[in-house]
Write a protein that binds this ligand. Structure first.
Ligand code: NAD
Length: 485
């Protein structure tokens, strides 16, 4: 078996109440290969009627699922983890085909995504309340943790599998039922995962997947319905704000994993080679199409030229091509719009005074590729330092003092991940405390870990995925007062 074979033709459909079915409208939409724009396959185009059928299935399954023993829920997740790992190469091929990333990166995503199933299989049995005596005596105060209820998960195209398992793992562990709406550009991996969850023993109706080309219709329909209790969204800040506004009607609980504008700060006292290694990961993971991607390189004046030269040599040596081909380091961007947007940011930076050290443009077509690029002397106020680049471009800005680095790093509405390279422990601690970010990597270019609380502050959102915190997003607390005298 391989790639697309993971998803039998009759499973390129909606998954509702444990069954695969066509959309009520009978409509379907195409899924494209970003490397050449050809059609990979098509999937069902769900509408409002299908969304409500999925909610009915989720709401119908909720009470029984909440009563299922935590150990049983944990073991289903554990089996699902094992099945995904067993089929990791096939999942990787599917992720690579629909999203474009290289097979090696796709395998990395699959194993990272599977870790959330394992971690939350272990957390399912560690949900507990508390028992205490009221301060004035006389009463006992108990807390009972309960699943929030039916959830809606909306996920982006850049990590088609892992952005789903980060939500499905804790929701299953907590006893919630759910409807997943994967990105329309990359719906296949999530459909394949639904099959695995069923095989692992997840009861019908607990997990439902609705693919659609009309995301807003689906979310508006579901969020207007009182049965839906929670929404967890990973995607752009713009859409996140729309959903938060939409949640006011029925006051669903919200988790928001939104965009980032990560600073990658290199001090004069850093190990420059280690910083370049870290930069390659923080910048080039997922071709730069990651919310955690290093977006602004802030390098202290003493090492700026050396860092830029070393980074440019590494970036210039990367091979760009089709993600499934051997020897390829950098796959295509997701679509032509993405290439246009990256090119515009580079062109604007050059007009503002930046120098291209390597790359700078899209290679001759076909396909939506962009050359790995390093820019030096980029003014702080250039648009490329303000927006998420979402492409393989590293803009470098030089700074003089630590205070200046902190001020520049924090001068953004975003606050997801940040990276600091220094050999000075006290400085590392000061940076971790003063950077206004949900995550700080000290001498590392990779912060993602299923055992850690992933998430942002400011316009990067709220809520955490992974770690001990991840399951909290799916639990409510009932307090029980018991007078004893
Ligand atoms: P997007 O916001 O365009 O789409 C995300 C999802 O929302 C997709 O499933 C899409 O179909 C759906 N959607 C779009 N408009 C909608 C609407 N009006 N109502 C309901 N759903 C709607 O984002 P994208 O381009 O798919 O993903 C890239 C963005 O995601 C970047 O900003 C990136 O930083 C962010 N991201 C964040 C994290 C994180 O954990 N913080 C992780 C990955 C990606």
């Amino acid at each position: 078996m391989s790639g697309l074979d993971l998803l039998a033709p009759d499973r390129r459909a909606l998954f509702i109440g444990g069954r695969w079915r066509e959309a009520a409208s009978g409509k379907r939409f195409s899924v494209l290969d970003p490397a050449d724009g050809s059609t990979l396959t098509d999937v069902a185009d769900g509408g409002a009627e299908d969304a409500l059928a999925a909610l009915a299935a989720a709401a119908g399954a909720q009470a029984d699922w909440a009563r299922t023993a935590p150990r049983d829920r944990g073991e289903i997740l554990r089996r699902a983890f094992e099945l995904v790992v067993e089929r990791a190469d096939d999942f990787a091929e599917l992720v690579s085909l629909e999203m474009g990333k290289t097979l090696a990166e796709a395998k990395g995503e699959v194993l990272y995504g599977a870790e959330f199933l394992r971690w939350f299989s272990e957390e399912a049995v560690r949900v507990h309340g508390r028992w205490m005596q009221a301060p004035a005596g006389g009463s006992r105060l108990l807390t009972v943790r309960k699943p929030v209820g039916p959830c809606l998960f909306i996920t982006p195209w850049n990590f088609p599998l892992a952005m789903g398992t980060r939500k499905i793992g804790p929701a299953v562990a907590a006893g919630c039922t759910m409807i997943v709406k994967p990105a329309e550009l990359t719906p296949l991996s999530m459909l394949a995962l639904a099959g695995v969850m069923q095989e692992a023993g997840l009861p019908d109706g607990v997990l439902n997947v609705v693919t659609t080309h009309h995301s807003a219709v689906l979310s508006e329909t579901l969020m207007a319905d009182r049965r839906l209790r929670k929404v967890s969204f990973t995607g752009s800040t713009t859409v996140g704000k729309v959903l938060v506004r939409q949640s006011a009607g029925e006051l669903q609980r919200m988790s928001m994993e939104l965009g980032g504008n990560a600073p990658f700060i290199v001090f004069d006292d850093a190990d420059v080679d280690a910083a370049v290694d870290g930069a390659m990961i923080a910048k080039m993971r997922n071709m730069g199409e990651a919310c955690t991607a290093a977006n602004r390189f802030l390098v202290q004046e003493g090492v700026a030229t050396l860092f830029a030269e070393k980074l440019a040599a590494r970036m210039g040596a990367l091979t760009v091509g089709r993600g499934q081909d051997a020897g390829v380091d950098v796959g295509p961007l997701i679509d032509a719009k993405a290439v246009e947007s990256v090119q515009k940011l580079v062109n604007d930076a050059v007009v503002e005074g930046a120098r291209i050290v390597v790359g700078g443009s899209a290679p001759e077509g076909p396909g939506t590729f962009f050359q790995p690029t390093v820019l030096l002397d980029v003014p702080s106020e250039a648009e490329i330092n303000v927006q998420e680049i979402f492409g393989p471009v590293a803009p470098i800005t030089v700074f003089t003092t630590e205070e200046e680095a902190v001020a520049r790093a924090n001068a953004t509405e975003y606050g997801l991940s940040s990276y600091v390279y220094t050999r000075d422990l006290a400085r590392a601690i000061r940076m971790a405390e003063t950077l206004e970010y949900g995550m700080v990597g000290i001498n590392t270019g990779l912060v993602s870990n299923a055992a850690a609380p992933f998430g942002g502050v400011k316009h990067s959102g709220f809520g955490r995925e992974g770690g001990f915190e991840g399951i909290e997003e799916y639990l409510d607390t009932t307090y029980v007062a018991i007078p004893v005298s």
